[in-house]
Design a protein around this ligand. Structure first.
Ligand code: 5AD
Ligand code: SF4
Length: 488
């Protein structure tokens, strides 16, 4: 049963937010200055967007948001620090516990400071226990499904001095949280939460719960509102967007829908100019979606399609439910419909029992598909997942050596793919001035490639503008170009 958080509950959260705001405004007016809050994000786009929602909630409570802080100076320490955590790989968890521990000293200097931990890591019982016992300076712990209750736990801490650790986890779908978005021109929009795939290495289904979709009208309304406020590009987010809509009709009495229908609605019923999405599971990529991508000009010719391995036997152990050949067929179908599509993928190295032969299958798949980009991960053993129990863990030296061969291969291919862009004129959404060179602008192509480009002063290029750019140079991770003309 999907827990669509009731409007009454959300109204109660709003009441508590306003109560905290009154208190914070009074402190501000008393001359103590504004109260500040910082949200530190670890992990994926989903978490980045969850952090935008956390910041939105904190803003509503009357906090000024600061992007970061240093533990050095007393006054510079924020009044609220939230860690939005990840647990997909072990090294992320180690880093997070390090940072939570490091803030203890800051809290000694500023005892009224509020420290919270939320996100994927806190959906694991052992992590909550560890925080409860060994990180006494943490005031509150929220899971991925109950972050909407932030005003409630903050109010309990502020007005009653109560610590909240160990709330029951929820598979919720809350509506109406105003995100404090990092970028005005590009926005993330969550379409569904959770994952039902249970890939044998992955902890996500255990920490983000079962798949549950937002209602299509709510999503379209959010996209339309963003467009009316100036957003040009939307990234629709979900762990497996291709299974969007599953279970919606029975639970909510709405007309049967799916991802292809939803994305077409976002294109036709809102003023956004570009639409992207992630992540797609190869087993669920539908012909309807491929058709929508080919027919609808607003959908970017870009697809992130995680393959994980090029070996059918390894894919079977990973519980990915497709073979190497299935994957290659899907890629061919996509390329037939969208010849210029930019393809990216995720690859995992060192999955338990991975043989040299299986690894070579992955390398040859890279050569065969020629992805524009691949995100490469070293397998990390996650407690509670089936793969963690395997006795066949691959030795570290072998994994490192394979990882090296893999990245060398992919870096060469990425560079070659970028070289193919030389001489082409592409449309770029300008993101601002280049980080590495203030005389240049930076933006992204439809394929999501970064382009650093020059433009004469007369061109009046501005953040959020579309520009046609001639590609004049290529690197592994980015392109160089020259402004040609402005465009809509
Ligand atoms: N170890 C390493 N990488 C992982 N991923 C998911 N689980 C693990 C794990 N246990 C990778 C997958 C996924 C990406 C988001 O993270 O490649 O596609
Ligand atoms: Fe993890 Fe697989 Fe779900 Fe992706 S599809 S979140 S890898 S279980």
């Amino acid at each position: 049963m999907i827990n669509r958080v009731s409007p009454e509950t959300m109204a109660e959260m709003d009441r508590l937010s306003r109560k905290i705001k009154e208190r914070n405004d009074a402190i501000r007016e008393s001359g103590a200055g504004p109260l500040t809050a910082c949200v530190k994000t670890f992990g994926c786009q989903m978490n980045e967007h969850d952090s935008e929602k956390l910041r939105g909630m904190l803003k509503r409570m009357g906090y000024d948001i600061v992007p970061d802080f240093s533990l050095g100076g007393g006054n510079l320490i924020p009044d609220v620090v939230l860690f939005n955590t990840c647990c997909v790989r072990e090294n992320a968890e180690d880093r997070i516990f390090g940072q939570i521990g490091a803030i203890k000293g800051a809290k000694k200097l500023k005892p009224e400071m509020i420290v919270g931990v939320c996100g994927c890591m806190t959906e694991q019982d052992w992590a909550v226990e560890r925080i409860r016992k060994s990180y006494r300076h943490v005031d509150m712990v929220l899971g991925t499904g109950n972050t909407y209750r932030l005003p409630e736990v903050m109010a309990a801490r502020i007005f009653d001095g109560k610590r909240t650790v160990g709330l029951a986890s929820e598979d919720s779908v809350p509506e109406g949280i105003e995100a404090d978005r990092e970028d005005r021109f590009r926005a993330y929009v969550t379409i569904m939460y959770g994952c039902d795939n249970f890939c044998s290495y992955c902890i996500v289904p255990y920490v983000r719960g079962r798949e549950r979709s937002r209602l299509p009208d709510d999503i379209v309304a959010e996209c339309a509102k963003l467009a009316s406020e100036g957003t040009k590009e939307i990234m629709l987010l979900g762990q497996n967007v291709n299974s969007y809509g599953k279970g919606l009709e029975s639970v909510d009495g709405t007309e049967k829908t799916d991802f292809a229908k939803l994305i077409r609605r976002v294109c036709s019923e809102t003023g956004v100019k570009r639409v992207r999405f992630m992540t797609s599971h190869p087993k669920d990529l539908s012909p309807d979606l491929i058709a929508a991508m080919a027919e609808e000009p607003k959908i970017c010719a870009q697809l992130h399609l995680p393959v994980q391995s090029g070996s059918t036997s390894e894919l079977k152990r990973m519980n990915r439910k497709y073979t190497r050949e299935d994957y290659l067929r899907r890629v061919a179908e996509v390329r037939r419909a969208l010849p210029d599509v930019a393809l990216s993928t995720d690859i995992m190295i060192g999955f338990p029992g991975e043989t040299e032969e299986e690894f070579l299958d992955t390398l040859s798949l890279l050569e065969e598909v020629r992805f524009d980009a691949a995100f490469t991960f070293i397998y990390s053993r996650r407690q509670g997942t089936p793969a963690a129990a395997s006795p066949d863990q691959v030795p570290e030296e072998v994994v490192k050596e394979r990882f090296q061969r893999l990245t060398e291969t992919q870096n060469r291919i990425s560079r070659e793919k970028n070289e193919e862009m030389r001489g082409k004129v592409v449309t770029v959404l300008t993101e601002g001035v280049s980080r590495t060179n203030v005389d240049r602008y930076t933006g992204r192509t439809e394929g999501n490639k970064i382009v650093n480009f020059t433009a004469p002063d007369s061109a009046k290029v501005d953040t959020g503008d579309f520009a046609r750019v001639l590609i004049t140079g290529a690197q592994t991770w980015s392109l160089e170009g020259e402004f040609v003309e402005s465009t809509d």
